[in-house]
Design a protein around this ligand. Structure first.
Ligand SMILES: [Zn+2]
Length: 219
C-alpha cells in the first residue's frame, strides 16, 4: 500500500508571516452567518507570494510566462528531497555530491523546516539558494526547485540573481514548503498553484509521499 500523503503546505491565516514589504495576509468575512447573512464568504487579502506558493517566470522576467501557463506535470510527479547541512545557504559544492540529473524535481530540506514556521515573525537568516547553486541547477536543467521558506533567494543576498537564474532557465519554483515531517529521499509530489491569469505567482497546496526506489518493491 502506498504511504499516506503528507501536507507540506503552510496554512493561510491573518497575521501569518509574510515577506517584508509584501502585503500581509488578512482573511476576513465579507458575509457572515453569525452576523445574519444567509451564508459566509471570506475576503482574502494577501500578496500572491504568501505562504506556500509558486513563482512563475513573470515574477522576475519581463514578458515571462504566467502561472496559468505552467504545465501541470512540472509540479506533479517524482521528486527528490535533498537534505542541506549548510546553515546559511545552499551552495553548489554541497549540491555536487547529490548527482542531480536533468529533468529532476528537487525539494531542499534545510534548517528552515524545523525552525522558521513556528513563528509569525519573519526570519531574515533563513537558508537560501545561493546564486551559484541556482546557476548550477539551471545548467543541470532540473525541472522544478522547491524551498522551505518564503524565497529561493536570500533576504540580503542573491534575491534577484537566484530567481533570475532559475526562472530564465524555465525552472518552476515552489517556495514556502514545510518539510518538517518529510524524510529525505524520493517522493511523489503534487503541487497545484491557483490559476491566476498571467499571474507572477500563486498560493499552492503541496503534498508529498515517500516513493520507493526504482526497481525495488515497496511494501
Ligand atoms: Zn520567489
Amino acid at each position: 500500500m502506498a504511504s499516506p500523503w503528507i501536507d507540506v503546505s503552510v496554512g493561510l491565516r491573518t497575521g501569518m508571516v509574510s515577506w517584508p514589504g509584501d502585503p500581509p495576509a488578512r482573511i476576513s468575512h465579507a458575509k457572515d452567518m453569525e452576523r445574519g447573512d444567509p451564508c459566509t464568504v471570506s475576503l482574502l487579502e494577501m500578496g500572491a507570494h504568501t505562504g506556500t506558493h509558486m513563482d512563475a517566470p513573470a515574477h522576475f522576467v519581463r514578458g515571462g510566462i504566467g502561472i496559468d501557463g505552467m504545465p501541470p506535470e512540472a509540479a506533479i510527479g517524482l521528486a527528490r528531497v535533498i537534505p542541506i547541512r549548510d546553515r546559511k545557504s545552499i551552495k553548489a559544492d554541497e549540491l555536487r555530491r547529490h548527482r542531480i540529473r536533468r529533468g529532476e524535481r528537487i525539494l531542499f530540506k534545510t534548517y528552515n523546516s524545523d525552525h522558521c514556521w513556528d513563528t509569525d515573525s519573519f526570519f531574515e537568516g533563513f537558508v537560501y539558494l545561493s546564486a551559484k547553486a541556482a546557476q548550477y541547477l539551471a545548467e543541470r536543467q532540473v525541472r522544478l526547485v522547491g524551498v522551505d521558506y518564503l524565497s529561493v533567494g536570500g533576504f540580503r543576498a542573491d534575491g534577484l540573481e537566484t530567481h533570475q537564474a532559475l526562472l530564465k532557465a524555465g525552472i518552476w519554483v515552489i517556495e514556502g514548503l514545510n518539510l518538517k515531517r518529510v524524510r529525505p529521499g524520493r517522493v511523489q509530489l503534487v503541487c497545484l498553484p491557483l490559476k491566476i491569469a498571467g499571474g507572477d505567482g500563486a498560493p499552492a497546496r503541496a503534498l508529498v509521499r515517500p516513493a520507493g526506489r526504482p526497481g525495488r518493491k515497496k511494501r
